[in-house]
Design a protein around this ligand. Structure first.
Ligand code: HEM
Length: 443
């Protein structure tokens, strides 16, 4: 190849620019301003090229995805902890597994999860009302874990779920640590916790094999693709663990940003509340009602745009390529950006403004450029749990809007921290209470 490498800096020896990348949510924004939409850096031990904007996203996520590998993009610790699951597979193996996993997270299957999601949500609303003041991020994590635990681990809320959550937290705590396998080391403890969690899942899978069930794990046991392929016991175990991992910090991050954004934007909050008050009927929600909340969907998109839980995605470069006049060598990594693309003024007007109406059918700013709204990734490997997560978030927020109100407590740090997923540094401290009848439209 004759072209030159992209501009940029490799930073310090060994660590490169990893610390700024992990600690500064504006890492890519700042370098894009300085170098333009493609620049080189050194992250997590690898020379890396960051590519910004919808064209770059289309290139990496869709049109040239065969130049890239997911397996080569992850630290070895994460690969070992989460086994041979979808996130670390490429090519045929990935396609086959994705086809078999998909039915458990789409269409008809989701209908079966609604009751569980709503039941757990109700229990948390009652708990929050009794607590009055609390920090929402931790609560959202517990809520998300309990829903996932019921659907993916077959465990009802209670002492057992608390234990499963402890094991899961140990796995998360070990994922970016030095890989010392001793029992006292965080990584050794994470491996031990993973084995316990996998043994638990195996027990539930055996039960589901004998007594078929419609929860996500039950559906994974029964799932077949068009050619009749199914998942082995080992595959079901690691894929279930991956789903727990992929959905836990992401969904709780977005829910926290959502309730924060509503409190900071009273006009948006009022409009979202009015939509719910008009729709509100007694009794449980159903899929048809969830589909009929266009304004809440716009709000969700605006939270996805301004507060995407994940900053972007790494890929290993398995075939050298040229982009925008620069060469990127085989063996390097690329990083496609989510948050920085979402602030591209070519795609979005008034980029800092929280404005759900930009997604109204009349304005539809995200349709000007393909791959300009990528909070759930894009292309053939877009987030498998997107519909699941959106349904869960809609259920939680619809109930919050209908029956509750909250205020952000003063003197807290609401600047955003990127790791492990985007969240306000304070965790979002709120005062929470039931809405009085007089607050509601038409009453
Ligand atoms: C608000 C919640 C969520 C967000 C923002 C989110 C975001 C993402 C993103 C950005 C990707 C693509 C990463 C990349 O291109 O490198 C992804 C992939 C994935 N997500 Fe999600 N996710 C969410 C919830 C979930 C849930 C609940 C599940 C499981 C039930 C899930 C399962 C997956 C899986 C399996 C993949 C990999 C798909 C593949 O490689 O084929 N996600 N997610």
């Amino acid at each position: 190849m004759s072209k030159q490498l992209p501009p940029g800096s490799f930073g310090l020896p060994i660590v490169g620019e990893t610390l700024s990348f992990l600690n500064d949510p504006a890492f890519a924004d700042k370098r894009q301003e300085k170098y333009g939409p493609i620049f080189k850096t050194h992250l997590l031990g690898h020379p890396t090229v960051v590519m910004v904007g919808p064209e770059a996203n289309r290139f990496i996520l869709s049109s040239h995805m065969h130049h890239f590998s997911w397996e080569d993009s992850m630290p070895d610790t994460i690969k070992e902890l989460f086994g041979r699951s979808l996130l670390f597979q490429d090519g045929e193996e990935h396609q086959r597994n994705r086809r078999v996993l998909k039915p458990a997270f789409h269409g008809k299957a989701l209908e079966g999860y609604l009751e569980t999601m709503e039941r757990i949500t109700q229990s948390y609303l009652t708990k929050w009302e009794a607590m009055g003041t609390f920090t929402w991020l931790g609560e959202m994590k517990q809520l998300t874990f309990e829903i996932a635990s019921l659907l993916l681990l077959g465990s009802e809320p209670g002492a057992k779920t608390v234990r499963l959550c402890q094991w899961f937290s140990e796995i998360l705590a070990g994922r970016f640590t030095i890989p010392l396998r001793f029992r006292w080391a965080p990584y050794g403890r994470a491996l031990q916790a993973r084995d316990r969690l996998l043994a638990h899942i195996e027990g539930v899978v055996r039960d589901r094999q004998q007594h078929p069930n419609q929860d996500a794990l039950g559906l994974l046991v029964q799932s077949r693709d068009e050619e009749g392929n199914s998942l082995s016991m080992e595959e079901i175990k690691v894929q279930a663990l991956l789903m727990l991992f992929a959905g836990y910090e992401t969904t709780s991050s977005m829910l926290t940003s959502l309730v924060m954004s509503l409190a900071q934007n009273p006009t948006v909050w009022k409009q979202a509340q009015n939509e719910q008050d008009v729709l509100a009927v007694e009794g449980p929600l159903n899929l048809e009602q969830l589909r009929g909340m266009p304004y809440l969907e716009q709000v969700l998109k605006e939270v996805e745009r301004l507060y995407p839980p994940v900053a972007g995605g790494f890929r290993g470069v398995i075939e050298s390529f040229e982009f925008n006049g620069y060469q990127v060598p085989k063996g390097w990594r690329v990083f496609y950006t989510i948050g920085t693309t979402h602030k591209d003024p070519r795609c979005y007007s008034d980029i800092k403004q929280f404005d759900p109406d930009r997604f109204s059918p009349e304005r539809a700013e995200h349709k000007k450029y393909d791959f300009s709204l990528v909070g759930f990734g894009g292309g053939p490997r877009t987030c498998l749990g997107q519909a699941f997560a959106k349904m869960e978030m809609k259920i939680v927020v619809a109930h919050l809007l209908r029956n509750y109100t909250w205020e952000l407590l003063p003197d807290q740090d609401l600047t955003m921290k990127l790791m492990p997923t985007l969240h306000p540094r304070s965790g979002l401290k709120v005062q929470f209470r039931k809405r009085s009848g007089g607050d509601k439209q038409g009453s």
